[in-house]
Design a protein around this ligand. Structure first.
Ligand code: NAD
Ligand code: UGA
Length: 451
């Protein structure tokens, strides 16, 4: 086995594969990094000036490495590259299963399995196969079984190297990670992968574990983060009826060094492609392995989140009552600094507002409006606005669903909302004084109305 990989392939050019490989190529100019994807449009976009993923700093990293030692190619050209690769990352989607055993909870490994099949057919010599996608614990068994069918006398090692980047801060997270996790069964392949990361990550931040611990630790980390958001959101409802303010409560709780301040921001509910699916996967694993009590515990993190989204939309619907009227939705992305709206709170809230007969106009600086409506199953009733001003014009209520910076500094007094319009701040980012001076009413999550 070569001690330091020279040729890396990544299967999957999505939100993880693209940025992660771009940073590896940027930091390791002597390694050739090739990213393969079935989706020809996505590959074309990675090779263009209009990258398919919006991430601060990404364009600069791609600009430095693309065409030098970073390449994006289609599946057809991937077979030849696979034969030369020392190390292959699997970075494809692992969504929740929609049919069959475990439907609605278990992870769908069909894309991972087809990658293993592709590797098994085309790899030559000795290849390290790395799980970069988030997998259920013991998924490596499935991968190993498929790789064993290889008929070219190839040999394989399987490692788990889950990714912890968060969207919107992906480049920062990849360039200066809290930790890199490598799970494996033998020291040599772990060392080969660690030698890549050591080019820019301090050695003490590279944690090595067994395969199964690495797979489970990734699910656990997401479950813990989401559980904190659900905990503070549960408190937000109590704050609203007692006069306490959730931001003050969070500041006090988070100043305990044993707890820490991060992931205690009350919100309209967490979104994103991973928290829900990874907790559901954990719930399924608990049920499958005979620990239903643990399954029920984690399931409640999701239930609370669904309730928080419903509760927020219900408040707007109740306020507008029979008068109906126009609601301006500010923000469709699941968080700021990304064009990603997968599982975004806005999907559920817009659907709920429309079902109540309200007119919805939305503005988001990065999200593709048509793609959002298609994904939400919204055929009509929702209109796009190209600016905040256009969205707010004539609105009786405003729902701030994403914490985009530009929403913090809206000059409310200069907007033409209907008199006494209510601003529902689903992110607690607005300045109550500015809203009051504009003679508007403010409802913040876990706060006092118009406080
Ligand atoms: P994504 O949907 O953006 O990208 C996956 C890509 O894989 C798609 O472009 C798809 O066309 C491609 N693909 C699927 N099957 C393929 C195959 N057989 N051959 C070639 N290409 C194939 O997904 P993502 O957000 O990048 O997530 C990928 C994995 O990383 C998931 O398991 C996810 O849980 C995990 N993860 C995601 C994030 C995140 O921030 N999005 C962070 C950490 C971990
Ligand atoms: C999350 C994790 O933070 C990453 O470590 C992980 O790699 C990734 O999932 C994954 O596996 O996909 P991401 O979903 O991109 O990253 O973004 P987060 O910053 O975690 O935010 C998730 C959701 O929680 C967002 O909707 C955000 O607005 C919400 N949130 C977050 C809150 O409502 N309050 C908070 O205090 C923090």
């Amino acid at each position: 086995m070569k001690p330091f990989p020279k040729k890396i392939i990544c299967i999957g050019a999505g939100y993880v594969g693209g940025p992660t490989m771009a940073v590896i190529a940027d930091r390791c100019p002597e390694i050739e990094v090739t990213v393969v994807d079935l989706n020809a449009d996505r590959i074309a976009a990675w090779n263009s000036a209009q990258l398919p993923v919006y991430e601060p700093g990404l364009a600069a990293v791609v600009g430095r490495a693309r065409g030098r030692n970073l390449f994006f190619i289609g599946q057809g050209d991937g077979a030849k590259k696979m034969a030369e690769a020392d190390l292959v990352f699997i970075s494809v989607n692992t969504p929740t299963k929609t049919e069959g055993e475990g439907a609605g909870k278990a992870s769908d490994l069909r894309y991972v399995e087809s990658c293993a099949q592709f590797i098994s057919e085309h790899a030559r010599g000795h290849t390290i196969v790395v799980e970069k996608s988030t997998m259920p614990v013991r998924a490596a068994d499935t991968i190993k079984r498929i790789l064993a069918q290889n008929s070219h006398g190839g040999s394989f090692e399987v490692l788990s190297n889950p990714e912890f980047l968060a969207e919107g801060t992906a480049i920062r997270d990849l360039e200066a990670p809290d930790r890199v996790l490598i799970g494996g069964e033998r020291p040599e392949p772990i060392e080969a992968l660690a030698s890549v990361y050591r080019r820019w990550v301090p050695a003490e931040r590279i944690i090595t574990t067994g395969l199964w611990s690495a797979e489970l630790a990734k699910l656990a980390a997401n479950a813990f983060l989401a559980q904190r958001v659900s905990s503070i959101n549960a408190l937000s409802a109590l704050c609203e009826v007692t006069g306490a303010h959730v931001d003050e409560v969070a500041r006090v709780v988070g100043s305990d060094s044993r707890i820490g301040p991060k992931f205690l921001k009350a919100s309209v509910g967490f979104g994103g492609s991973c928290f829900k699916k990874d907790i559901l996967s954990l719930v399924y694993l608990c049920e499958f392995h005979g620990v239903p009590e643990a399954a029920a515990y984690w399931q409640q993190v999701i239930e609370l989140n669904e309730w928080q989204k419903r509760r927020f939309a219900d408040q707007i619907i109740r306020q507008l009552g029979a008068a109906k009227g126009k609601v301006a939705v500010l923000g469709l992305a699941f968080k700021k600094d990304t064009n990603d709206f997968r599982e975004s709170a806005a999907l559920d809230i817009c659907r709920q507002l429309l079902a109540a007969g309200l007119e919805v106009v939305s503005y988001d600086p990065r999200v593709d409006f048509a793609a959002f409506c298609q994904s939400a199953g919204i055929a009509r009733g929702m209109q796009p606005a190209h600016t905040v001003r256009e969205a707010l014009s004539g609105a009786s209520a405003v729902a701030v669903l994403t914490e985009w910076e530009e929403f913090r500094s809206i000059d409310w007094a200069s907007m033409s909302l209907v008199p006494n319009a209510v601003i529902y701040d689903g992110r607690n980012i607005l300045d109550p004084e500015m809203i009051r001076r504009a003679n508007l009413l403010l409802h913040s999550i876990g706060g006092r109305d118009s406080d």
